[in-house]
Design a protein around this ligand. Sequence first.
Ligand SMILES: Nc1ncnc2c1ncn2[C@@H]1O[C@H](COP(=O)(O)OP(=O)(O)OP(=O)(O)O)[C@@H](O)[C@H]1O
Ligand SMILES: [Mg+2]
Length: 206
Amino acid sequence: MFISFEGIDGSGKSTQLTMLREWIEARGYRVVTVREPGATMLSESIREILLSNKQNITSASELLLFSAARVQLVEKVIEPALAQGEVVLCDRYVDSTTAYQGYGRQLDLEQVALCNRLATRGVMPALTLFIDVPYDEAQQRMNFTANSSEPDRMERSGRDFYNRVRNGYLGIAAAEPQRFIVIDGMQDRTAIHKEIVGIVDRLLGA
Ligand SMILES: Nc1ncnc2c1ncn2[C@@H]1O[C@H](COP(=O)(O)OP(=O)(O)OP(=O)(O)O)[C@@H](O)[C@H]1O
Ligand SMILES: [Mg+2]
């Protein structure tokens, strides 16, 4: 079972992923959690490049770097874990590329889709949970984070960018309503967790 979390930066993805992980493990499943970009040595190195404020990265180059990190993760971690019958929880996956590089950076959506097919090798989540929070709320949540350092290269992209990203996510939800579920991220974390557990419980039981 493969489940991914999506949402703009600071929306509460990691919070919910951790809560869901504990809930699934308590039911006796083995869970592998990974973050994107990351989770393999190569992908973590690419992550550093992508988030560094010292880099000047073109949009097309950004698309390919995220995709290179992803395909390494798919081949080295996600496919083997799924083959072992483990539950994989992914903090961001291919929808981030559609939303950020496609809608946010406004790259050609067909080229982004082609790149996504190469990067995923066709491995898609059974369920994607999109934690939907407006830009201002997400900004506020990030400011509350105790260790809040400087915003990274992606986080510096500004309000208009994030509004396009959010609309991109909502477009995916409209196109793939079975897989891509919109969760109202303005609820408190317990209420969101309850909603997510309801959905995952049905899926695991199916
Ligand atoms: N439902 C919620 N209501 C209010 N605050 C929340 C909620 N969920 C998470 N938070 C807080 O918002 C901040 C961001 O949450 P979190 O790190 O889970 O977001 P994220 O989407 O993983 O962010 P990033 O994209 O930066 O990794 C944290 O301080 C977290 O405690
Ligand atoms: Mg996070």
